[in-house]
Design a protein around this ligand. Sequence first.
Ligand SMILES: Cc1cc2nc3c(=O)[nH]c(=O)nc-3n(C[C@H](O)[C@H](O)[C@H](O)COP(=O)(O)O)c2cc1C
Length: 376
Amino acid sequence: MKIAGSTSVIVAAGVGGFVATRTPTDALKPWENAGSLYSDPMRRALSYAILAPNPHNRQPWIVDLKSGTEAVLTCDLDQLLPATDPFSRQIVIGFGCFLELFSIAAADQGYRADIRYFPDGEPGDALDRRPIAHLSLKKQEGLSGDPLFAQTLRRHTNREPYDTSRVVGDDVLQRLRNAATGKVRVGTANGGTLLKDLRVLTKDAMLAEVGTPDAYRESIDLMRIGRTEIEANPDGIALGGAFLEALNLTGVLTRESLADPTSRSYQMGLAMIEEGAMASMGFVWINTKSDDRAAQIEAGRAYMRVALQVAADNLAMQPMSQALQEYAAMAPYYETIHDKLADQLGERVQMLARLGYAEDTGPAPRWPLETRVKEN
Ligand SMILES: Cc1cc2nc3c(=O)[nH]c(=O)nc-3n(C[C@H](O)[C@H](O)[C@H](O)COP(=O)(O)O)c2cc1C
């Protein structure tokens, strides 16, 4: 969050020497530890999988380790998003991202990942304690690794405004469409009326979410402001860095101010939403024919691959999920987006993300792998 007059606020707060110490180093360790702490193929692949994009960074995965090559993946039902994701569709998409990253990381070690989705049956509208997937690794001679593996530590969600002087080329969009595998249809836009419409639609849907008390409250409650909160809870929405922390210390940026429509930080939040959405230089979306749980997993796997290709092309990307969500305030946006992006066969738009060029904003916090794994 950039707020004018930042330097004076920082100086006023007396924060000399403060800047260098505000990085939540422990919360970012999983990015350094990926692939290096563990020698067994299962933990090694999982150490990458936990870096998967996932809604509000809830990291709802619990891994029940059966052996060095076998595990059962379940959902931590305390990490759901009932207001903005009432059917946990997005949570399941996050699991799809996790499984794709797991599979790519396993292949890098010469293991084929055999993944069975919902081995005890698919959950209905509410997720339950039954497994999301059964994982097993098989050594396979001559297995060629996936070139996208090289991007696993470079991929980050980027919420900055993108460079409006740089067009996202047709060749780049073609590579993004080709990166996805599975039973999905990937669409892209980089110009014309569709790009303009999607900018406005994603902006309006996000503003509508901020204007919906339950939905906005869910996000505010998950904000971790400053290093201490981020290290204590390396999930949710991290608002870190010396600048934001100084704003927090001076009372400009707090959970209370963010919730108060008359406050400066609330107004700045709205301006940032507008600026980010309107600076979208392209969009990518992932559709599935049905909206069952397996389709949601497939959409997540495809999104993961697209996100890695985005990193390979040195692009930036941010999901703009509001218009796809299932609560009442989103109904008009949901309908418009499906009119525009889904075909006649009743396709479901599972992911929609904006694209462009921007400086990398770096990794988001993660819980260490040990905290997500149960051993029998
Ligand atoms: C299904 C899904 C929906 C998401 N929706 C949004 C969104 O609407 N806005 C946003 O800024 N990020 C969204 N994200 C990105 C997550 O917030 C992000 O992956 C998470 O905070 C971890 O950060 P990282 O991707 O940089 O590792 C979404 C991710 C997934 C998988």
